[in-house]
Ligand binder design. Structure first.
Ligand code: SIN
Ligand code: MN
Length: 209
């Protein structure tokens, strides 16, 4: 599954404490994971969350796991069901396997946020701080179109570095980077044919507690 000898992740590229594993998922693994995520989307359709400030996010989202990330006028939070009222689907085994390979000592993730970026979608600089426990990393998996990922420190207006994430890349956001600012400036529409109809799917797995 992982593009190195016997599932041992290779040495990551380290940027501002973010650990980036290039090409961690070979194309076959990317297709398997994407297929499982398309089934999640069938059961729990993508929706466009509202920010607490009343703006519709350009990224469409859904979740798998016990808890899913949600946002509306009342703020950012984790909720136990999809806006339709049904529980979130389980996190697919193919996705849990990735967590297991990169974070074998961490407890199982309780949430897998599925972000879909169509043409023109972006995600502003933010910290992942809606979880009750920051001791475990957030693990991100990129599928489909390339995305320009911006990484900073824990200060809102600090220095940032950017890198193009490609399909199959895994990023581990832990340690000093766990509460670091990050975001997606833009995607390179049409750079991958993995996602039917185009676009980028990003998964972020988290221990929420
Ligand atoms: C996120 O920060 O939730 C998503 C990051 C990404 O799309 O790579
Ligand atoms: Mn984030």
């Amino acid at each position: 599954m992982v593009n190195k000898t016997e599932k041992i992740p290779g040495k990551p590229l380290c940027v501002a404490g973010f650990r980036i594993f290039r090409g961690a998922l070979v194309p076959r693994a990317q297709s398997r994971v994407l297929g499982d995520i398309l089934q999640v989307i069938e059961q729990a359709p993508l929706f466009s969350p509202m920010t607490p400030y009343g703006r519709k996010m350009s990224v469409r989202m859904t979740s798998a796991g016990r808890l899913g990330w949600y946002s509306d006028r009342s703020g950012y939070r984790y909720v136990d069901r999809h806006p339709s009222g049904t529980s979130w689907p389980s996190i697919p085994d193919s996705v849990l396997e990735i967590w297991q390979v990169f974070l074998p000592d961490a407890p199982q993730p309780e949430s897998c946020l599925v972000n879909y970026y169509g043409e023109g979608a972006r995600m502003g600089l933010h910290q992942d701080r809606d979880e009750g426990d920051f001791s475990f990393p957030v693990l991100s998996v990129s599928l489909g179109d390339d995305a320009l990922f911006r990484m900073g420190g824990t200060a809102r207006r600090g220095k940032t570095s950017s890198i193009w994430l490609k399909s199959g890349d895994v990023v581990v956001i832990g340690g000093a980077a766990r509460l670091a600012y990050h975001g997606i400036d833009r995607i390179r529409s049409g750079s991958s044919s993995l996602v039917p109809g185009g676009g980028r799917v990003n998964l972020t797995l988290r221990v929420v507690r």
